[in-house]
Ligand binder design. Structure first.
Ligand code: SAM
Length: 277
């Protein structure tokens, strides 16, 4: 880690604050400044932007975001020990770093910063998917999401129909965002190393979803279809009471053969059969 701004090396910060990694918090710290800089660069032009970082830990990526010129970084961290360590960083960067001690699952992060907002994070893997689903629910609040996941989850986010990784998360994410894999990060880059390779993904919210549908209904339809992915739709969607014959979708098709537009058609058909209120 560079000593720019006279900051102490991250290993020293970790030792001084006793930040022995806690597995329950998905703590795998990135101490390689070049790698943190690479993630910050991947997030695009950060000046004039409010960057929301989830799980800053000892602050490696946080430093890179601030050094890359982020207008403001709002760092949401659950672990009190890390919050103490980050306060030193806040002093070094004047008013540009705001630390919020909170469980990111329980906070509407869009309320923490003005627009334009970008989320950048090396996510805690144990809660990465629920965090993402929460942000997708209000995707119009964000300009971009640059996120590190375990590789298997990243593959699901970008998976296309007829592939093994294609599933609920692929459909819902791609319905709302353009998705792109940026690069993999070797396990050995982390302290302590996780069991799996990590991947940085760029999610760019679409100006409008690829087709009309309600979030909850799309969730219900994809859950039903993919929970029995080897079954034909006429069987896996039985409980939803949709007239498949009335749609341009083969009742004998399987979930993985449908594209996002098809799932939106199914969601609209469910909504038509379930009057609101
Ligand atoms: N960003 C740091 C880095 O790259 O070195 C740490 C990344 S580590 C994979 C995940 C971080 O998320 C940890 O600092 C952990 O304490 C924090 N965390 C875990 N669960 C959280 C939650 N529910 N809300 C906020 N932070 C959380």
């Amino acid at each position: 880690m560079s000593k720019a701004n006279g900051l102490p090396p991250l290993r020293e910060v970790i030792a001084r604050h006793g930040l022995n990694a806690r597995r329950g918090l998905g703590q795998h710290f990135l101490l390689d400044g070049n790698l943190c800089d690479r993630i910050a660069r991947a997030a695009g032009n950060l000046s004039q932007t409010h960057v929301i970082e989830i799980g800053p830990g000892p602050g490696g990526l946080t430093r890179s975001l601030l050094q890359a010129g982020a207008g403001e970084v709002i760092a949401v961290e659950k672990d009190r020990r890390c919050v103490d360590a980050l306060e030193e960083l806040a002093d070094a960067f004047g008013g540009r770093l705001k630390i919020v001690e909170a469980d990111a699952l329980k906070v509407d992060v869009a309320t923490l910063a003005a627009r334009p907002r970008r989320i950048v994070a090396n996510l805690p893997y144990n809660v990465a998917t629920p965090l993402l689903i929460g942000w997708l629910r209000r995707i119009d609040a964000f300009q971009s999401l640059t996120l590190m996941f375990q590789r298997e989850v990243a593959e699901r986010l970008v998976a296309r129909p007829r592939s093994k990784a294609y599933g609920r998360l692929s459909v819902i994410t791609q319905w709302l965002c353009e998705t792109r894999v940026l690069f993999n990060v070797d396990k050995r880059a982390f302290t302590p190393p996780p069991k799996v390779v990590s991947t940085v993904v760029a999610l760019t919210p679409r100006p409008a979803p690829t087709a009309p549908a309600a979030f909850e209904t799309l969730e219900r339809v994809t859950a039903a279809a993919f929970s029995q992915r080897r079954k034909m739709l006429r069987s896996s969607l039985k409980g939803l009471d949709i007239d498949l014959e009335a749609l341009p979708i083969e009742p004998t098709a399987r979930a993985e053969e449908l594209d996002v537009q098809d799932f939106c058609r199914l969601a609209r058909a469910v909504a038509e059969r379930t009057p609101a209120g």
